[in-house]
Write a protein that binds this ligand. Sequence first.
Ligand SMILES: Cc1cc2nc3c(=O)[nH]c(=O)nc-3n(C[C@H](O)[C@H](O)[C@H](O)COP(=O)(O)O)c2cc1C
Length: 456
Amino acid sequence: MTKQVHLAAHFPGVNNTTVWSDPAAGSHIEFDSFVRFAAAAERGLFDFLFLAEGLRLREQNGEIYDLDVVGRPDTFAVLSALAAVTEHLGLTGTINSTFNEPYEVARQFATLDQLSGGRGAWNVVTSWDAFTGENFRRGGFLPEDQRYARAKAFLDAATVLFDTWAADEVVADRDSGTFVRSAEVGDFTHRDDHFDIHGRFTVPRSPQGRPVVFQAGDSDAGREFAASTADAIFTRHGTLDAGRAFYADVKGRLGRYGRRPEELLVLPAATFVLGDTDREAEDLAAEVRRLQVSGQTALRFAEHVWNRDLSDLDPDGPVPEFDPVEGEHTIAKGRASVRMFGDRLATARQWRELGATEHLSLRDVVIRQTARQNFIGSPETVARTINDYVQADASDGFILVPHVTPDGLDPFVETVVPILQDWGVHRTGYTGSTLRDNLGLAVPARGDRVERRVAS
Ligand SMILES: Cc1cc2nc3c(=O)[nH]c(=O)nc-3n(C[C@H](O)[C@H](O)[C@H](O)COP(=O)(O)O)c2cc1C
């Protein structure tokens, strides 16, 4: 059966995908940018808009890292405001389960889900680093191996809270003076190794039952967490082979939890560059890569591997011959990429080899190593590649990250979407009103997750 392609829009975050120096780039903070971005996604009949989370400004060599965009407003405020200016678009916010409390987060998501008429979604992440944790009361208190245990307990507690209200709880009967149907409304008790809470939850049930749950995190524990609890998984495995392997792996885990493959959508992040012809797009993509990785950016990125100040190096010179500093990372703070290079020595050797065999400068090697343009070509080529990936079970669709904020999505919506529609793999109008409808996910029954956990 031909699968439908799910499309979503990732508002660019603080990373070097976003070329803020492009003359076409606008603010990434002002509300108008969010509105324009959301409007493009809704014109393209996308499933949802996505916001990532970063809770502390990144630093390098003890200074604010400002080669990329710096700063972002609060997720709930942005998504709630967008609920008022969109009609169909899902609103997905990344909120970690490490530094928050379930009651607070559940109340915020339940409210977003209410305000948007059932379009809210929560990407549960397990932010790990102590540097970020210093911003919070608990600090970086959680050892890495306990993050998913807390995430699971956190989501269980939040689910209990989401389920406290029946869908028809509010009767507001003037004659009898009865506002809510049952005496137990909002009543909850939740106890486990992480939480011991009881009381009454304030927010009525939303039209989609509870917010859609995403997971992002790639370890075995992360994948297991997604398989047991999530409706969708946000991943970086955006190439055909890596995507297919990841897809088969996570879908294969669902049976253990009494779930079917279609109950968990796999949605990788994807970038794109379009041109009138494939050749033009390739040239443009090469230009974009050089804008994304300036000489300074290349040096700073190499410092993630070498774990030492490299500011004296020439980025257009060779990859350094000396070895990285082993041990704790002291140069870059608040960066996910420092974890990417588990074996720094091996990475440095590999970079040197690549530089020597292909005659590449350090900057060229960084450009090559950090290339994330998944889809490059004419609208026809990009549409075909995306559809091929989805039909080959490399994903169920993509969360697109344009390199220009806020109008970078427009060319995709204007040129690629109509082709996908012609092929019958993308909707021509919104049929459902909630995000669950649009994603093809069932409305959960109250209490089902808790029951399923008890049964498994
Ligand atoms: C695709 C992807 C996106 C992520 N986005 C965020 C994010 O926006 N904010 C955040 O704090 N962590 C984010 N994370 C980090 C994860 O929540 C998690 O802390 C990290 O991946 C370590 O878990 P793991 O060992 O299971 O991968 C992301 C991870 C992945 C794989």
